[in-house]
Design a protein around this ligand. Structure first.
Ligand code: ZN
Length: 496
């Protein structure tokens, strides 16, 4: 297949052919969660989007190093360097250590992402484990004249930087407009300009998470960790930096400014890729807006906005059936439709597994061969077109129509060449399982099914159909289950 992966690069505002800096190696950094609460649907979208990119790059035979951080320090309640540390606030309220909060929510994040079948990153650095690297970077930025110290805190000097750099190159924002629209916040008197952002904050006496530095006992600013950790693990210039669109400004804009102002003199990543937001009735879903649904709530159905529980694969399909750069509106109807789409793809796997190429091929139907190969190619074309999974799924459904016709005998398998047959089967399986990362979910309640079998057993016994009774006993024994005929009724136990 002579197609290449194209990605929309926020930095250049266009789709570009993906060409790694040092093929076959690819470095990819994704902003991970600030672990002070359970992951919600918005987190899932970012995780699943970049999981598919990661999987697809691997499929394309790249050697990918995927780094996704855990923010466990420095993210204040207000992004303008104001308010308490999000994690410390919870720790105080619950009278536990901040690192207990971090561990607790990191575990939940891992648990829920595993349910969504996302692959773990190759490196998962924590901000608190990279204070030395962050201090090092601040020193460089200070030495280069793009930061200043006030009362033990260090701020990035946006106007000084913007003289011969472009603060706003990623987000398209213009410093003059930002200045006009940024109000002076209370407690920001230390900053020379309201656009300046903290690289290091001096800790107040009550602040728990603190480290020594040349300037004060304090903690690093939120934006700095991603600059410091991406360069540590991926180098000063790497291939892909991902994140949600809400991180583009100020977080990623500040990252680029820090990278340029340090000794790297680089934007960091070559391709900046952003997934769009999840909306609820057209409004952004987010913790700060109070209209978010946690993943555990989605999986259990336990939320006032939910009509039922939705399985992880339903949620994954819901995310994938939209292009990652479009907004995705949450509704029960949309999730129910996603369930149908997902089961359709799963049934396709089952049908394909049953299809057998005949011993003797018939005369090849050239048109049909061509058509099937084109449909297969369309699936990949969707992925190559800026990871348009919506298009890929639509193409898979088209392909599936043909597969079902082959299964029902409306089309003859033998009229395909062996090559076409194998290509279609392999592509379908690879796309659904390995690239889209969908998987079969266990059938509903197994114990309920077992009770159904026991009911049949009881009926067979009552009608003295002993051959059936024996057959049911033997089948269940194979599954490690024995039937107990008790005076009180029929029961089952694990075979000892
Ligand atoms: Zn980040």
């Amino acid at each position: 297949m002579q197609q290449k992966l194209n990605l929309y690069n926020t930095l250049t505002r266009k789709k570009e052919i993906f060409e790694p800096l040092h093929a076959p190696f690819v470095g990819m950094y994704l902003c991970g969660p600030t672990v002070y609460g359970e992951p919600h649907l918005g987190h899932a979208r970012s995780a699943v989007t970049f999981d598919v990119l990661y999987r697809y790059l691997k499929y394309l035979k790249y050697k990918v190093r995927f780094v996704r951080n855990i923010t466990d320090v420095g993210h204040l309640q207000n992004d303008a360097d104001e308010g308490e540390d999000k994690i410390q606030k919870i720790a105080k309220a619950q009278q536990i250590e901040p690192m207990e909060v971090v561990q607790h929510y990191t575990n939940i994040y891992h648990r829920d992402l595993e349910k969504l079948n996302t692959l773990p990153p190759d490196i998962e650095p924590r901000a608190s484990g990279h204070i030395i690297e962050q201090i090092e970077m601040i020193k460089e930025i200070l030495d280069n004249g793009f930061a200043y110290e006030v009362n033990g805190s260090v701020y990035f000097d946006v106007p000084a930087y913007n003289k011969d750099h472009n603060y706003g190159k990623l987000s398209g924002r213009i410093v003059e407009d930002l200045m006009a629209n940024t109000r002076e916040l209370e407690g920001q008197e230390e900053k020379r300009s309201p656009l300046d952002f903290a690289l290091w904050k001096k800790a107040s006496p009550s602040h728990i998470m603190r480290w020594p530095s040349p300037w004060s006992d304090g903690f690093p600013g939120w934006h700095l960790e991603c600059s410091a950790m991406s360069r540590k693990y991926l180098g000063t210039t790497f291939d892909i930096h991902g994140g949600g669109l809400d991180l583009m400004f100020p977080h990623h804009e500040c990252e680029i400014a820090q990278n340029q102002a340090s000794c790297d003199h680089s934007d960091g990543a070559k391709y900046w890729v952003h997934n769009n937001m999840i909306t609820v009735n057209g409004q952004k879903m987010g913790k700060s807006l109070g209209n978010f649904i946690n993943l555990s709530e989605l999986f259990s159905g336990n939320h006032q906005m939910l009509e039922q529980a939705y399985t992880p694969m339903t949620v994954r399909f819901f995310i994938l059936q939209a292009h990652y750069r479009s907004t995705l509106d949450f509704s029960n109807e949309a999730l129910q439709a996603a369930r149908k789409g997902y089961t359709k793809l799963m049934n396709g796997l089952r049908v394909l597994a049953k299809l057998q190429y005949p011993e003797e091929a018939a005369a090849p139907d050239e048109k049909l061969n061509e058509e099937l190969l084109k449909l297969t190619e369309d699936c990949f074309r969707g992925l190559n077109d800026d990871m348009n999974t919506a298009r890929t799924i639509a193409s898979l459904f088209n392909l599936l129509k043909k597969i079902n016709s082959l299964f029902l005998g409306q089309l003859q398998i033998g009229s395909l060449t062996r090559g076409t047959f194998d290509t279609v089967r392999e592509a379908y399986n690879t796309l659904v399982l390995d690239i889209l990362g969908l998987k079969e979910e266990p059938l509903g309640d197994q114990e309920e099914m077992l009770h159904l079998v026991l009911q049949f057993y009881k009926e067979a016994k009552e009608s003295k159909a002993y051959d059936k009774v024996d057959a049911i006993r033997a089948e269940l024994k194979k599954q490690g289950i024995v039937i107990k005929d008790l005076k009180t009724g029929i029961d089952w136990a694990y075979e000892e």
